[in-house]
Design a protein around this ligand. Structure first.
Ligand code: BYC
Length: 316
């Protein structure tokens, strides 16, 4: 019994030493149960976010203002499906099955990014998702590209490359409408900013003091920066860019602090955040209903593929 305890302590020490040396932990390696649990939680939530995240923008594909804009948006939404695939695969390397992850999403047990529970009311919302939402995602995921778990960090490298294109296509539209647009387009851009700014800041998660998972995630090199650190970096980078277009950020308390060099925001509405995370945001029910429909409508494809795979398997 004593010998076993010593062994587990030794393994944990060696595991932590590997992380301290900057080595990646790979699927077959020994890892604490809690490391595995945290990764499955985070990676599966991330995968769900990519897939649910296709819906708000996907709704605008039939209404894109030109063929060029439609092609770009289709490519972008399709990329998000690919991101979901990489991430579900990464979670599967830890022993989670696709069925249990999808079941958790479709029954409403699993979380996914709060931001996708808001409606896309105008075409400018598609552009703001590209700029702000993908921008926030890049900030968080560039950090996760250094995560200690090999499959997650490698998925992040590929995803960030594609997200950079998403960010640019959104920003290109906003810059165009805000500077060369008609008065209606300029108003549409400001209205979109009014609705997307605050929910985007919530994407980074609760303040560090309320972040239950951060401590262990940072100890084991999954996260290397805290929620508040990343949120502040994002604010500092994006506020001057938005102001340069003559747009107004919907925060009367926003100001620049000379001493710290930070843009300081007013209080975030955490009641709204938790309402959305707990399933009671403006679009939660609709998003889950759309995913359930897609899952049902795709059943025959899954069955046909399984039957085909079994047939091929039986002939080799
Ligand atoms: N939304 O202890 P904390 C995209 C939950 S998609 C919902 O700080 P953690 C895109 C959190 O899960 C990119 N829930 O958590 C796709 C925890 O609850 P549990 C999405 C949130 O994990 C399509 C509780 O609150 N990116 O780019 O240390 C189109 C306490 O929080 C949220 C990712 O998924 C939230 N915003 O930190 C366009 C990145 N925030 O699980 C674009 C991967 C917190 O204990 N995830 N919660 O019951 C992460 O980096 C981290 O999980 C978070 C939160 C920073 C989100």
């Amino acid at each position: 019994m004593i010998e076993q305890t010593v062994n587990i302590d030794d393994r944990l020490a060696e595991f932590e030493a590997r992380i301290a040396r900057g080595e990646k932990i790979e699927p077959g390696d020994w890892m604490p149960d809690e490391y595995r649990r945290q990764l499955i939680r985070m990676i599966s939530q991330h995968a769900h976010s990519e897939v649910v995240g296709m819906l708000p923008e996907g709704a605008w594909i039939p209404h894109a203002p030109s063929l060029r804009r439609k092609m770009v948006l289709m490519a972008k939404v399709q990329d998000e499906a690919g991101h979901g695939q990489y991430l579900y695969h990464a979670a599967e390397t830890l022993g989670a099955t696709r069925e249990e992850m999808l079941d958790a999403l479709l029954t409403g047990k699993a979380k996914y990014a709060s931001i996708f529970n808001y409606p896309t009311l105008t075409w400018a919302d598609v552009a703001w998702i590209g700029w702000l939402v993908d921008g926030a995602a890049i900030k968080n995921q560039t950090m996760l590209a250094h995560a200690s778990y090999g499959p997650y960090s490698r998925a992040m490298v590929r995803i960030c490359a594609e997200e950079t294109f998403h960010y640019k296509q959104g920003k290109e539209m906003i810059v165009h409408y805000a500077t060369n647009g008609t008065p209606e387009q300029k108003a549409m851009v400001q209205d979109g900013l009014n609705r997307w700014w605050n929910p985007t800041l919530m994407m980074f998660g609760p303040h560090d003091s309320d972040s239950t998972n951060s401590e262990i995630l940072m100890r084991w090199g999954i996260k290397t920066k805290s929620n508040d650190e990343l949120r502040q970096e994002f604010i500092n980078e994006e506020v001057p860019e938005v102001h340069a277009l003559g747009l107004t950020i919907p925060d009367p308390d926003l100001h620049f602090d000379e001493e710290s060099g930070n843009w300081i925001i007013g209080p975030i509405d955490w009641d709204e955040f938790w309402r959305v995370v707990k399933g009671n945001g403006p679009m939660n029910a609709e998003r889950l209903a759309a995913r359930r429909d897609a899952h049902e409508n795709g059943r025959w494809v899954r069955e046909a593929m399984t039957a085909y795979a079994e047939k091929v398997h039986n002939h080799v």
